[in-house]
Design a protein. Structure first.
Length: 206
C-alpha cells in the first residue's frame, strides 16, 4: 500500500472511518506515516492530532477505541478508507458518529418501509377515535385484525409468488414477490422483530 503523504503541505492525509458492518461513516481524521504504522501495529485507529500536535489513538482516554479491520488507499493515493469495529460512541460529544447519527444497520428503502410499518403499528395500538390521518391505512387494518390475519396474508402471497415463478411473466412474478416481502415485513413487526434480527440469524449460520 503506497500513500502519498507529500500531496499535502502538512504531510497529513484524510482518513475516512467507516463501520465495517453497518457501512456508516463514523468520523474523519488525519494521519501521517507514523499514525498509519501505529494503527497497523496496535490494531486500533491512531491519528495525528492537529490540535495536540502528536499521535492520538482514538479512545485513549474514553475507552471508545476503533478496532482496525482494514485500510484502503484511494486511486490517487492521497486519502484513506479505514473500516473499523467501534467500541462505544465515536464522537467526543457522545453520539455514534460525528454527524450525530445513529450507527444502525440500514437496508435502504426496506428500512424506510420498516419505519412506516412501525408507525402504522403504533396507530393501531390507540383507540380508533384518537387516530390521525393514517387511521384507514391498509397496514393499520391488518394490525387491527391481528397476527392470524397477517400470517394468512403472508401465506397467500407466498402461494401466489410460487405460482408466478412457474410461469414466464417476469412482471407478475416481481409484483407478487414485492407483495410477499411487504407482508412479511408486517409479520416481522407484528412479532416484534425486524430485518436486523433475520440478518443476525443468517450471519450466525454463515
Amino acid at each position: 500500500m503506497t500513500i502519498n503523504f507529500d500531496k499535502y503541505t502538512n504531510g497529513l492525509v484524510p482518513a475516512i472511518i467507516q463501520d465495517s458492518e453497518t457501512k456508516n461513516v463514523l468520523m474523519l481524521g488525519y494521519m501521517n506515516d507514523e499514525a498509519v504504522l501505529k494503527t497497523q501495529e496496535l490494531k486500533q485507529v491512531t491519528f495525528f492530532s492537529r490540535s495536540k500536535q502528536r499521535l492520538w489513538t482514538k479512545g485513549e482516554e474514553s475507552g471508545n477505541v476503533l478496532e482496525l479491520v482494514s485500510i484502503k488507499v484511494d486511486c490517487d493515493q492521497d486519502a484513506l478508507l479505514i473500516q473499523v469495529k467501534p467500541k462505544g460512541p465515536t464522537c467526543h460529544k457522545g453520539s455514534d458518529t460525528c454527524w450525530n447519527e445513529k450507527n444502525v444497520q440500514n437496508f435502504g428503502f426496506l428500512s424506510e418501509l420498516e419505519t412506516i410499518i412501525s408507525e402504522r403499528k403504533e396507530i393501531s395500538e390507540v383507540a380508533p377515535e384518537q387516530r390521525g390521518k393514517d387511521a384507514k391505512s391498509y397496514v393499520v387494518s391488518l394490525f387491527d385484525e391481528g397476527i392470524n390475519k397477517i400470517a394468512q396474508k403472508v401465506g397467500e402471497e407466498a402461494v401466489e409468488t410460487v405460482i408466478e415463478a412457474k410461469d414466464d411473466n417476469d412482471d407478475l412474478f416481481l409484483n407478487e414477490s414485492a407483495d410477499l416481502l411487504f407482508h412479511y415485513l408486517i409479520l416481522l413487526k407484528a412479532k416484534g422483530f425486524s430485518l436486523k434480527d433475520i440478518e443476525a440469524v443468517l450471519k450466525g449460520r454463515h
